[in-house]
Design a protein around this ligand. Structure first.
Ligand SMILES: O=C[C@H](O)[C@@H](O)CC(=O)C(=O)O
Ligand SMILES: [Zn+2]
Length: 278
């Protein structure tokens, strides 16, 4: 498990390209027959990917050492969204068939988890966020139709997109984790502009559905001290609470957002006036 320390906004201002990438960018999320995990000390979120190909992937007993618990989810909850082929996820003996663009919430206390691809030629790709939890809510699958889609933006401003809210209080209870997926329409390139912060929650963006040539210029930093990261397909960015988060691509793309922190009100955002951006 890779550990990322938290970072002060005054430190972040001083970083060059390599420094920004080292602290905020998560690369190589999907490795065949493995689970990759990056543990950020910002709200103690764990960001990861699971790519089962020739055999099911399980969480090793070693992981409990990192969390100081008997097993990985003893005091944690987990949310995943499948961006690959059909998956079969087994949680303490119960099998969940998780197709492309479906999500699975796994409640605190789940002991035995196994992640398999239904067809090795079209392996499942499970992107997940995992956060400390204080109680156990039921494990449940959420389909895209259940994820209260909301389309906003316009072609004129190149930001026409649909936000699918999978793991939000309107759909199911979680301790703190919120997760969803935003899909841009062809020809639209911008996400989350006009932009916002939410001092009460941190947020991770994971970009995918991109060709090898495509990049997203992910914008972050204090609104008066913006910086950018060049992000490629299937890479994630850790955005601290003080950071705005937005992006513009060379082509349309899709991204998964995940938030943890103080409250679960999706609309609780501090909108940044366009005139304030530097
Ligand atoms: O706090 C909420 C998150 O930043 C995202 O949901 C925003 C987003 O998907 C978008 O505007 O496209
Ligand atoms: Zn946000």
């Amino acid at each position: 498990m890779e550990i990322r320390q938290p970072i002060h906004s005054e430190h972040a201002r001083t970083l060059d390209t390599e420094g920004l990438r080292r602290h905020f960018l998560v690369q190589d999320l999907f490795v065949a027959d493995q689970a990759t995990l990056t543990y950020s000390q910002i709200d103690r979120i764990i960001v990861g990917g699971i790519l089962p190909v020739t055999k099911p992937v399980t969480f090793s007993a070693e992981l409990g050492k990192h969390t100081g618990t008997d097993y990985f989810l003893q005091r944690r909850e987990l949310g995943l969204i499948n961006i690959g082929g059909d998956a079969r996820v087994t949680v303490d003996g119960t099998v969940y068939d998780v197709a492309a663009r479906e999500a699975l919430y796994v409640g605190q206390g789940a002991k035995e988890l196994s992640f398999a691809s239904v067809n090795a030629a079209q392996p499942a790709k499970l992107y997940f966020n995992c956060a400390p939890a204080h109680t156990s809510y039921p494990t449940r699958k959420v389909t895209q139709a259940e994820a209260s889609p909301e389309t906003l933006g316009s072609a004129e401003t190149s930001n026409r997109r649909t936000i699918y809210k999978y793991l939000v209080p309107d759909v199911l209870p979680t301790c703190q984790l919120l997760m969803g997926l935003t899909q841009l329409e062809p020809g639209s390139l911008w996400n989350t502009m006009p932009c916002h912060t939410h001092d009460r929650r941190m947020e991770v963006y994971f970009y995918f559905d991109m060709s090898e040539q495509a990049v997203v210029f992910h914008l972050m930093g204090e609104p008066t001290q913006t910086r950018h990261l060049v992000v490629r397909n299937e890479q994630a960015v850790i955005n601290p609470s003080w950071s705005m988060h937005s992006g513009v691509g060379t082509q349309a793309y899709t991204f998964i957002w995940g938030m943890v922190g103080e409250n679960q009100v999706f609309k609780d955002m501090d909108h940044v006036p366009m005139t304030a951006l530097r």
